[in-house]
Write a protein that binds this ligand. Structure first.
Ligand SMILES: Nc1nc2c(c(=O)[nH]1)N(C=O)[C@@H](CNc1ccc(C(=O)N[C@@H](CCC(=O)O)C(=O)O)cc1)CN2
Ligand SMILES: Nc1nc2c(ncn2[C@@H]2O[C@H](COP(=O)(O)OP(=O)(O)OP(=O)(O)O)[C@@H](O)[C@H]2O)c(=O)[nH]1
Length: 465
């Protein structure tokens, strides 16, 4: 098991570059004495004597050279983020000052913190469990309200406390059963079979609920994929640009310009949408374009909502019939997927023509990607597709794929235990599956962890966290 080493680590806690203020953080046994040795407080007091959770104004020196006037916050072990002595130096935010301060402490025997090392230490000192530590990284990475909420909930304990609790109860039964095995010659039952069955049922229910939430958690974390498909030149790229409010896709009036899928995200009411502009659906001999079309079908498969777009200004009687057939073909090809019919280039349309098209293609939404007309309504409709059932209550949502794996394995093991009990399989075999379940549940909270696993998780953090 990895142990926190005795090094005192240091890192910039604020982003690199210049700002009004920068924060440099130290953690480890020497943190307070090291800073104290080169800091003169305005109050005249020594940092060595001050209590934790106090802030001090003063001058920071490198030898005799004054580096900056700073604020120093002192946290004493174990009452700190990491559980160790922690000192934070808030200096003036010039990159030069930041570097000079870092260098001076490195010269005094600190070492640079590795990515995520502050949070790793918080985990190793029991300040948080593994799933909470992982949530810290998710919280920093979250870019919209929904993923922020999920990370925050997980950081504050989320489902891990419930898992820990059920795991403890399972351990109780595991030890009772182990006891029975010790008395194997005699026919004794220490573990109350009925209570055990109930507990297994309860665990299975929770695991199932968490596993099911992953599909939504994943979608929220990565954005909800929406594919925009349609014949060449109907204005897909223009729509994407209008939604993104930036020139991302290449707009041109040569049919077939969009050769590949282009993806980008926008946030609507706190939910990230990932728009995928797909190559025009068109039979073509152009091989580059056919690859694009192949990818279009793949993207449509992955999307949660399909937007099928037509150029309403180009719809004569024949075009209208073709659009109707194509949209029906889409519905047949991707059953169960919500499809939104969009008629673009409304600005080129007469009101009577619009009415005729509206009657022929029911539920079609008229927009103009060029003028922005109808885009508000489009966004509302997209939200409508996914909001049902999403984020309605405070049920925990699993967004971490490592947890999803562990939960799935744990549930499989629990099912095997349940089957074993039902078929009155010998107790020693059942206990193997119980231990498997305990192992996988412990993986989530970090009660079971390996150096490799920890290294893997924390190396994905940013430095200074
Ligand atoms: N300046 C600063 N801001 C920050 C952090 C930080 O480390 N430094 N944090 C870093 O992510 C977050 C806050 N997290 C923290 C969590 C616990 C403790 C702490 O001192 N805990 C003690 C005392 C608790 C108490 O007084 O009740 C403890 O747990 O024993 C500090 C920061 C966000 N903002
Ligand atoms: N009048 C009008 N023209 C539009 C509108 N939307 C797009 N256009 C024009 O239609 C042409 C084609 O637009 P694109 O966005 O490149 O079409 P696309 O569907 O991405 O085309 P491909 O790349 O071939 O798949 C461009 O000249 C756009 O300026 C609109 O709402 N009204």
């Amino acid at each position: 098991m990895l142990k926190a080493d005795q090094d005192t680590i240091i890192a910039l806690a604020t982003p690199a570059g210049s700002g009004a203020i920068a924060v440099i953080r130290l953690s480890g046994p020497q943190a307070i004495s090291l800073v104290s040795s080169c800091f003169r407080a305005a109050s005249g007091r020594s940092l060595e004597d001050c209590p934790g959770h106090t802030i001090h104004l003063g001058n920071l020196y490198e030898g005799k050279r004054l580096l900056d006037e700073v604020l120093v916050s002192v946290f004493r072990a174990p009452r700190s983020y990491t559980g160790e002595n922690v000192v934070e130096i808030s200096c003036h935010g010039s990159p030069y000052i930041q570097q000079e301060i870092l260098q001076s402490f490195l010269a005094l025997g600190c070492r640079m913190a590795r990515p995520g090392e502050f949070t790793l230490r918080a985990f190793l000192h029991g300040k948080m469990d593994l799933s909470q530590a992982e949530a810290v990284a998710d919280l920093i990475a979250s870019e919209n309200e929904a993923s922020h909420q999920i990370a925050l909930q997980q950081m504050r304990g989320g489902y891990s406390s419930e898992i820990r609790d059920l795991r403890d109860q399972l351990i109780h039964f595991a030890s009772m059963i182990a006891l029975e095995l010790d008395f194997s010659g005699e026919d004794v039952e220490f573990a109350d079979r009925e209570a055990f069955r109930e507990l297994l049922e309860k665990i299975a229910r929770l695991l199932k609920k968490l596993i099911d939430s992953f599909a939504m958690g994943n979608v929220i974390k990565k954005g909800i994929p929406i594919a925009i498909a349609g014949q060449p030149n109907v204005g897909k790229s223009t729509l994407l640009n209008a939604l993104l409010q930036e020139e991302r896709a290449i707009v041109s009036d040569i049919a077939g310009t969009t050769r590949d899928a282009i993806e980008d995200e926008i946030t609507l009411q706190g939910i990230g949408f990932r728009f995928i502009d797909t190559a025009g659906l068109r039979e073509t001999a152009d091989t580059i374009e056919s690859i694009g079309i192949q990818r279009t079908y793949e993207k449509m498969e992955q999307a949660r909502v399909l937007v099928y777009m037509v150029d309403s200004s180009a719809l004569d009687g024949q075009g209208l019939e073709k659009a109707r057939l194509e949209s029906e073909a889409l519905r047949a090809q991707y059953p169960g997927k919500p499809i939104l019919l969009l008629a673009n280039k409304k600005d080129l349309l007469s009101p009577t023509r619009q009415e005729e098209i509206g009657q022929a293609l029911e539920g079609i939404l008229f927009i103009s990607a060029k003028t922005g007309e109808g885009l508000e309504e489009l966004q509302q409709r997209l939200l409508g597709f996914i909001q049902t059932g999403l984020l309605r209550n405070n049920d925990p949502i699993v967004s971490n794929s490592r947890h999803y794996e562990a939960l799935t394995r744990a549930l499989e093991a629990i099912h095997r235990v349940q089957e074993g009990m039902a078929e009155e399989v010998p107790t020693d075999l059942v206990s193997i599956d119980i231990n498997q379940a305990l192992f996988h549940l412990g993986e989530i909270t970090g009660q079971i962890s390996t150096d490799d696993l920890l290294g893997n998780i924390f190396s994905n953090f940013c430095i200074g966290k």
